[in-house]
Design a protein around this ligand. Sequence first.
Ligand code: NOJ
Length: 562
Amino acid sequence: MSIVLERPALSETASPWWRSAVIYQVYPRSFADSDGDGVGDLPGITARLPYLSGLGVDAVWLSPVYRSPMADAGYDVADYRVVDPLFGGSEDADLLIAEAHRLGLRVVLDLVPNHTSAEHEWFRAALDSPAGSPERARYLFRDGRGESGELPPNTWRSVFGGPAWTRVNGPDGTPGQWYLHLFDDTQPDLDWTHPQVREEFEDILRFWLDRGVDGFRVDVAHGLIKADGLPDWDHEQELLDGSGPGGTRPPMWDQDGVHDVYRSWRRLLDSYDGERMLVAEAWVEPAERLARYVRPDEMHQAFNFAFLSAAWRPADLRVSIADSLEASATVGAPATWVLSNHDVVRHTTRLTLPADAPRPNGIGATDPQPDEQLGLRRGRAASMVMLSLPGSAYLYQGEELGLPEHTTLPDETRQDPAWFRHDGTVAGRDGCRVPLPWHADRPGFGFSPTGATWLPQPESFGRYAADVQEGDPASTLELYRRALRTRADLGLGTGELVSWAGSDDAVLAFRVRGSEGGEVLVMTNFGPEPAVLPAGAHVLLSSSPLDADGALHTDVTVWLAG
Ligand code: NOJ
């Protein structure tokens, strides 16, 4: 079957769509399974697109669906132009894009340029070729240190634990050079100073742009270029943490050379119609460094991970919001808010952890268990802060249901390479990747027709299933729908934060003005005492029901008109 890939007229407004878009991250293996093998797929997503347009989002971002041995859930790409059979075929991708566009939703793909899979044809050719060969030059092969090259070329550590270098045998079977992998040893890093690497990725961009996609989330955007000479760096890598002790910049992250790459990609995207966009996954601090990725001739957005990482305290949130708005304004870019994704503990769970504790890489059954009710209350309050802010916001699948992290996954079901590379001492990211509950009373909560799920779901997911939340005004799903509708009606995404209200240690309060007119006072109470709402306040939305006393209780956010 051939599908006509004409792009229907998605609404173009005075402000480009991505400046204020709410973008929903679909983690394909866990969204909806159509064929019953327990792994989500493209037809499953396509069938649920009406749910997403009904939620009120503007776009979907799909985590990688390319051919992959799935050593890192698809972030190890063996062929960037082919859909992995696990997810469907190439026609399924066309159908998904066409149906999304028909519903007025844009489609953003995940591009993984820092590394390929070890099964990519380039890497296979590199292994079959001698040191110094052109095949090896597209990756970062180096001779080892020590008398016979038995030590890694430098001291870098993999983000997933263990050394960042693996030694290979030469074609004659004797131990030879080492290759760099900032992640798993099945994910060799490309050498982005090599012209063929640049050409190849521009071609991959064109391939998908021609198929009609609206943009790309760029994986590890801060990692493509490494410091000259690959100098030693002895520190253990925190998960995707882009800065070193005392704010120093590690030699593998945020090197100035990455910006050249994004300038040429921007030119390429600008040569297409339809406001195509790029969003950087760059774990870079401070906000001024991150803003360099969204200068007018570079990417369009960069995830604001400082906001995601901010402690649940008014002062921390205020600083993170203000810094982000200020830094992005200096380059004319929108701020890009996010609270959850497939790499971090879901915010409904994370926000119950001690405020000063470092962000954990997963939670296991032997760790202290979170208070689910508290998490849901805080999670909803945090989301309502995020969705009131000017700029673009990303939702991670299931957060609109208030899903908690799965914190008691049996260890034998875990699949994150970080779990294995840390010898089971770090739980890793599987707990936020559990298949979604669609129907409370079906096997696998309706995730797949057979009830199969690639990771087990916790019992509690039944309470969160989409069908039980549908139409219940107190549900998280209806809260998100209301928030997205109000945000759109008032033009909050294209509005501005006009002032911080009050300086109370217990209350975060600020005024936003929507581009469609009218001001909204956003207030969140963090303190134990109820806060008083302004007299006569008209409540547009409240993250938890307000008591009859009309006061603002702990961990509740309200949007007030006027
Ligand atoms: C960031 C992705 O979000 C994560 O899931 C992946 O493991 C690493 N990059 C490596 O590609």
